[in-house]
Write a protein that binds this ligand. Structure first.
Ligand code: ARG
Length: 475
């Protein structure tokens, strides 16, 4: 069904109908469209545009239609242009001419923004919940690896010893920022467009604040031209999702490396690995690789939206219909990816002996020598130089720097006394790093406790918002 046509002598050419059609993807907005229409009908009743009994009939029919959409009894057909036209067709089938009465005082331009925002609030809460559950799994693993010593890397070269729990928990911190961004997205973008009409505002709905509150929005837009043309909320959400994708890609890369024969740091569960069609012995980390690979797609979706918006004239232009498929894709892909990554991590076994076996190799304790000298009063630059000399000596002898004897260390510099020996172990190096973000057991325990506290706060926020949202949808 078309929502326009009075001034046209013919209907659109088949190629035009095909191009302009969005119902096959924007049908995802159907439940939200029904809910927004119910709130709008209440507004029209308050404004005296619809009488009590017409408003009640339309509301009843919309609720019925909503159920038919949920159960699949009602869906779009070949003649529907978009979700809004499909729903009006469904309503008109039930109510006759009254089915078109609820459209007064608004346009698809404000309607589509309202629907889309509700869809995003709903789905970003689902994503947030998935991210929160992933963080809980990572924290649990980090806790069980709090005693495991591991080489820490820079440039993929051994740098300094760390706790493996510290290594794992870094991902929780990154993902917590993602949760924070999603929460922040909601605070900023939970603004109702209803009352904006096509672009100029509405003469027929005097109290859009009430409609906004009924739809659980945090407020009403103050510029009708801006709010029907604004897709910052889509671009922002796409960035937030792309960032989650990038974080997952870094986890993916790490697990892929740790899973190589050369590393053998991690054993993946059979249920979270895949085989090869030709090489019977293969067990591949495909989940990790897909986590790495899908990031490209998430970034592409963000780029698509930004490019559509660049230089776009105000107010609504049909270009804006291109706003939906990229983010539907990012959301749906993440909702598939996040549980798989969570399962891969939850079921992974870390090979502690192997991880710890090379913790001090590659002269990873050289910084301890410099720090020892600094604590004895040597300026750091000189201490760095002396430690470097010790490394050079160790290298010519074919050992690691911590394997030099007390005599050899004294030969390098008289300040390298036998007191240094106690510092020249991976454990001592780790436990000395007591700064708030550091890798000592004490620091990491406090960090993990902090993470747990934060995740509890986010989880109860998400749960509260989900309840509020589903309450609004079923009202
Ligand atoms: N399907 C359209 C979209 O997603 C709805 C808005 C149509 N508005 C219009 N003025 N043609 O953008």
């Amino acid at each position: 069904m078309a929502l326009w046509g009075g001034r046209f002598a013919t209907g659109p050419d088949e190629s035009v109908a095909k191009l302009s059609r969005s119902v096959h993807f924007d049908w995802r907005l159907a439940p939200y469209d029904v809910r927004v229409n119910i709130a709008h009908v209440a507004g029209l009743k308050r404004a005296g545009i619809l009488n009590e009994s017409d408003a009640a009939s339309i509301t009843h029919a919309l609720k019925e239609l909503g159920e038919e959409i949920t159960t699949g009894v009602f869906t779009y057909n070949d003649t529907d242009e978009d979700v809004h036209s499909a729903i009006e067709r469904g309503l008109s089938a039930k109510l006759g001419p009254l089915g078109g009465a609820f459209r007064a005082g608004r346009s698809r331009n404000d309607l589509v923004v309202a629907d889309f925002k509700l869809y995003l609030i709903d789905h970003l809460l689902q994503i947030s919940q998935e991210v929160a559950e992933l963080i809980v799994v990572i924290n649990t693993k980090a806790k069980s690896e709090i005693e495991t010593l591991a080489p820490g890397f820079t440039h993929l070269q051994h740098a300094q010893p760390i706790l493996f729990g510290h290594e794992l928990a870094k991902h929780s911190h990154a993902l917590l920022r993602d949760l924070d961004r999603l929460k922040d997205w909601q605070t900023r973008n939970s603004i109702s467009p209803i009352g904006a009409g096509a672009l100029a505002g509405s003469a027929l709905v005097p109290n859009p604040e009430i409609t906004a509150a009924e739809l659980a929005f945090g407020g009403v837009a103050r510029n009708s031209i801006d709010v029907v043309s604004d897709r910052d909320f889509v671009a922002e959400a796409l960035f937030d999702l792309a960032m989650i994708g990038v974080h997952l890609s870094r986890i993916g890369e790490e697990f892929t490396i740790w899973n190589t024969q050369e590393f053998s740091w991690v054993t993946l569960d059979d249920a979270f690995s895949t085989g090869s069609s030709i090489m019977p012995q293969k067990k591949n980390p495909d989940i990790a690789e897909l986590a790495r690979g899908k990031a490209g797609r998430f970034i592409g979706n963000l780029t698509a939206m930004m490019t559509t918006l660049k230089g776009l004239a105000f107010a609504y232009n049909r270009d804006l219909q291109e706003d939906k498929e990229p983010i539907f894709d990012s959301i749906e892909q993440l909702l598939v990816l996040l549980p798989a990554v969570r399962g891969m991590i939850a079921t992974a076994t870390f090979n502690r002996d192997r991880i710890g076996s090379q913790v001090s190799t590659g002269h990873a304790l050289a910084t301890e020598i410099a720090d020892f000298l600094v604590l004895g009063g040597t300026p750091f630059a000189a201490a760095h130089e002396i430690s470097g000399k010790a490394v050079a000596l160790a290298q010519t002898l074919g050992v690691d720097v911590h394997e030099l004897s007390d005599e050899q260390l004294l030969q390098v510099h008289p300040g390298l006394t036998s007191d240094l020996r106690a510092k020249l172990s991976a454990r001592a190096a780790v436990e000395s790093r007591v700064s708030i973000s550091g890798t000592s057991t004490k620091s990491v325990s406090a960090q993990l406790a902090g993470l747990e506290e934060k995740i509890r706060t986010y989880s109860s926020f998400i749960e509260g918002e989900q309840k509020r949202f589903s309450g609004m949808m079923s009202a």
